[in-house]
Design a protein around this ligand. Structure first.
Ligand code: SF4
Length: 429
């Protein structure tokens, strides 16, 4: 039966105390979108000529409800996970990954962060992402999806967040995810791969009670590599026609690249549809006469108004170095769990940022980017350090960049953030 939770949980907060945002939202002209769903609707209308974009937003918005319903009705299990890199393993375990990090982007629950503050009396400097996710999970405490695959890769605040939601009845399985070693050469790396493989073996047992079906996982790895090749093709086609698909749909395509919005076959068919449209579409000129090719580096952000501001000024985000490493390929010639372990150890979040610079340089070159945005969340020391290293490197190489510090909040971005975005794109125009 859905929603029966035998773990004692906190009483419903009687009154939600509204805490101040990290920054004031921009004063918006009438008719401008005010929350995530309105930005999506605005983008749908701006892309009324594209069936692929309509399909993409349909898939995104039905992702969480359909996964929850499928799990509740016993048709297909679902489990919470990062939704960044574990799709082949989870799908091989007949489990839909429900991406924790996409919760805020897809649900637009404006109260989530305030709810967490009220429940836990969160310190003011707590990262807004962790606070919001705690609130989102609290709201789902009676939901049928209880299993959580908690990869420890991201950061300590989030790891503690996983511990805090145990009392809401969630069944947390921790994956000790090691960081790629800087010293020790191949021998040390191989030891870590071995350790991570054993951790990933345990994920399958947690989800299904038995070891992963390797044949099935090989199939899923091939699917992921195939989808990412199609995604890269879409980005290459965008270089020649940047405004046919604007920034927000590309962000959504990127998000879905790691979990397919719970529907792998439909996601792949949609990628084909994007390719068909882009190969046949007429060139879409910029209303401002010029197009400024740009690269986005860092977190993917929850403030859709930032992407809209870039588009409105004739900017085009043509490459994205975010936690979705679409530019990397899983090794199909080694055992699948080892392929996953090696992929994770070479990955943006866990790999040293210094190791990642070469990937960003390649993206800039391939798309002819004239500048870069570095984006991180207020209160995130982890992302801030990465961005600082990247920024120094590209500053020395003479690539113009702008550092954006946003908030994990539903609604319009702060006026300060929008001013920075506009000033930067105008400077490069
Ligand atoms: S924004 Fe930074 S501090 Fe917050 S959960 Fe993400 S990595 Fe951790």
């Amino acid at each position: 039966m859905c929603g029966v939770n035998e773990t004692p949980v906190r009483a419903e907060p009687k009154a939600i105390v509204l805490h101040p945002r990290n920054s004031e939202p921009a004063a918006l002209p009438a008719g401008e979108p005010r929350n995530q769903l309105e930005y999506i609707e605005q983008s749908r209308q701006a892309h009324s000529y594209s069936k692929a974009v309509q399909k993409l937003f349909d898939m995104a918005l039905s992702y969480m409800p359909d996964a929850e319903k499928g799990n509740h009705e016993g048709r297909r299990k679902a489990a919470w996970s990062t939704g960044l890199m574990e799709a082949p393993l989870l799908y091989a375990c007949d489990t839909v990954p429900m991406a924790v990090y996409d919760l805020g982007r897809l649900t637009a629950a404006e109260d989530a962060a305030d709810l967490a503050n009220d429940l836990f009396d969160m310190p003011k400097e707590t990262c807004s992402m962790v606070g919001t996710l705690l609130g989102e999970w609290y709201m789902r405490r009676n939901n049928s999806v209880k299993k959580v695959v908690a990869l420890s890769t991201i950061c300590e605040p989030l790891n503690m967040g996983y511990e805090m939601i145990r009392e809401f009845g969630f069944d947390i399985h921790r994956v000790d995810q090691v960081i790629r070693p800087v010293h020790g050469g191949e021998e040390r790396l191989n030891e870590m791969v071995k350790y991570l493989v054993s951790e990933l073996e345990d994920v399958a047992v947690f989800l299904t009670g038995k070891p992963v079906d390797e044949t099935r996982m090989r199939f899923e790895i091939k699917r992921l590599n195939r989808c990412m090749a199609k995604f890269r093709r879409i980005l290459r086609l965008r270089v020649d026609n940047p405004l046919y698909i604007k920034s927000l749909p590309v962000l959504f395509l990127l998000m879905g690249s790691a979990h397919y919005f719970g529907k792998p076959e439909e996601y792949e068919a949609m990628l084909d549809q994007f390719i068909d449209e882009l190969t046949q579409a007429d060139f879409v000129p910029s209303p401002l006469g010029k197009i400024v090719p740009l690269t986005w580096v860092g977190a993917r952000g929850l403030e859709f108004g930032v992407f809209k501001a870039v588009d409105d000024l004739g900017g085009a985000l043509l490459s994205w170095f975010t936690p979705n490493p679409y530019d990397r390929i899983w090794n199909e010639d080694i055992p699948p769990l080892e392929a996953m372990a090696r992929f994770i150890l070479d990955y943006f979040v866990t790999g040293s940022p210094v190791n990642q610079i070469k990937y960003i340089e390649k993206m800039i070159e391939e798309t002819g980017s004239k500048g870069m945005f570095f984006y991180t969340y207020i209160g995130c020391p982890y992302g801030g350090m990465h961005v600082e290293l990247f920024r120094n490197h590209f500053h020395q190489k003479g690539v113009p960049s702008s550092f954006l510090e946003g908030s994990w909040q539903v609604g319009a971005p702060s006026g300060q953030l929008l001013t920075r975005v506009r000033a930067f794109v105008e400077m490069l125009s």
